[in-house]
Ligand binder design. Structure first.
Ligand code: IPD
Length: 268
C-alpha cells in the first residue's frame, strides 16, 4: 500500500533549505523585484532562486518526477496531472516578504493524479513547519493539528484574499463588506498556504478566496483537510465560482458557504 509519509520528509527537508535561502536573500530581494499579472503582483530574485533550489533538490532525490512551480510553470490542469507531480510555491506571500511581514512560506506538495498526498509549508522567518500526509493527520512542528469546534457563524473568524485585477477586487470588496456583518471578523493575512494552515490550527474558522494557483493550495489544502476541515478546491464549487478555494471547520461550513453565496462571492 502506498505510504505518502516519506514524501513529507522530502518536502520538509527541501522546504527548510529553500526557506533558509529565502531568509538570507531578503535584504537584497526587496530592492530588486519584477511584476507579473499586474503592477501589484510581484516576483523577487528570491522567488526564482528558491524555486531553482527546490527543482534541483527534487531532481536529485526524485529523478524524473514532474514539477509544477509558480515561477517556471510545469504540468497543470487535470489532463496533465497523472502520476506523481510536485507542486511548488517558492515564496507564498511575496508581498509580505517584500515588506518584512514574517508571514510567508515555502510550500511543497506531492500530488498523485492531481490530488495532494503529502505537503510541507515552511515559514522561513520562524522555522516553523506545517505538514500533512493523506490519511495520517496534520502537524505543526510535529504537534497534531485540529480545526476549531465552533458552531456559530456569527462568532467565526474568516480569512480571505484579493485577486490582483482591480475590477475583480472591487467586486470582491463588496462581498467581504457584506460578510463583515455576518461573522465575528475578517483577516487578510496575505499568504494562502498559511491561511489554510491557520484553518487547520483553529486560528481561523474558515477561509475563502478566488483565483489561487495550484501551488498556493496544494500543501495547505491537504493540511487543512487532514486537520478536519471541509475543503473545496478550484473546479469543485460552481456555486462559489470555478476558481474558488474554500476551507472551513465542519461546525460552520454549511452556514459559511451559504453566507458566501448570499454575499455574491460566487459572482465576483
Ligand atoms: C499570493 C498569496 C496571497 C493570495 C494571492 C496569491 P504569492 O501568493 O497567497 O495571499 O491572495 O492570490 O497569489 O503570489 O505571494 O505566491
Amino acid at each position: 500500500m502506498f505510504d505518502p509519509r516519506p514524501l513529507v520528509d522530502i518536502a520538509t527537508a527541501i522546504g527548510r533549505e529553500a526557506g533558509a535561502l529565502v531568509q538570507r536573500m531578503r535584504a537584497s530581494a526587496v530592492v530588486s523585484f519584477d511584476t507579473k499579472s499586474t503592477s501589484t503582483d510581484v516576483v523577487t530574485a528570491a522567488d526564482r532562486a528558491s524555486e531553482q533550489l527546490v527543482r534541483t533538490r527534487l531532481s536529485e532525490l526524485r529523478p524524473g518526477e514532474p514539477i509544477l512551480g509558480e515561477e517556471e510553470g510545469g504540468p497543470d490542469g487535470d489532463a496533465d496531472v497523472e502520476g506523481l507531480t510536485w507542486v511548488v510555491d517558492p515564496i507564498d506571500g511575496t508581498v509580505n516578504y517584500l515588506y518584512g511581514i514574517p508571514w510567508y512560506s515555502v510550500s511543497i506538495a506531492a500530488q498523485l493524479d492531481g490530488e495532494s498526498v503529502a505537503g510541507a509549508v515552511v515559514e522561513p522567518a520562524t522555522g516553523r513547519v506545517w505538514t500533512a500526509a493523506r490519511g495520517h493527520g496534520a502537524f505543526l512542528d510535529g504537534e497534531p493539528l485540529h480545526v476549531s469546534a465552533t458552531t456559530d457563524l456569527s462568532l467565526s473568524l474568516l480569512g480571505y484574499g484579493f485577486a490582483y485585477r482591480p475590477e475583480r477586487r472591487q467586486r470582491q470588496a463588496d462581498t467581504w463588506a457584506s460578510m463583515a456583518t455576518r461573522v465575528r471578523d475578517l483577516r487578510r493575512a496575505g499568504a494562502a498556504s498559511l491561511d489554510l494552515c491557520s484553518v487547520a490550527a483553529g486560528r481561523l474558522d474558515a477561509y475563502a478566496e478566488h483565483g489561487l494557483g495550484r501551488w498556493d493550495w496544494a500543501a495547505g489544502g491537504l493540511i487543512a483537510a487532514e486537520a478536519g476541515a471541509v475543503v473545496r478546491l478550484p473546479g469543485s464549487l460552481p456555486e462559489l465560482g470555478e476558481d474558488a478555494t474554500f476551507a472551513a471547520a465542519p461546525g460552520i461550513a454549511d452556514a459559511m458557504y451559504g453566507a458566501l453565496v448570499e454575499s455574491g462571492f460566487g459572482k465576483v
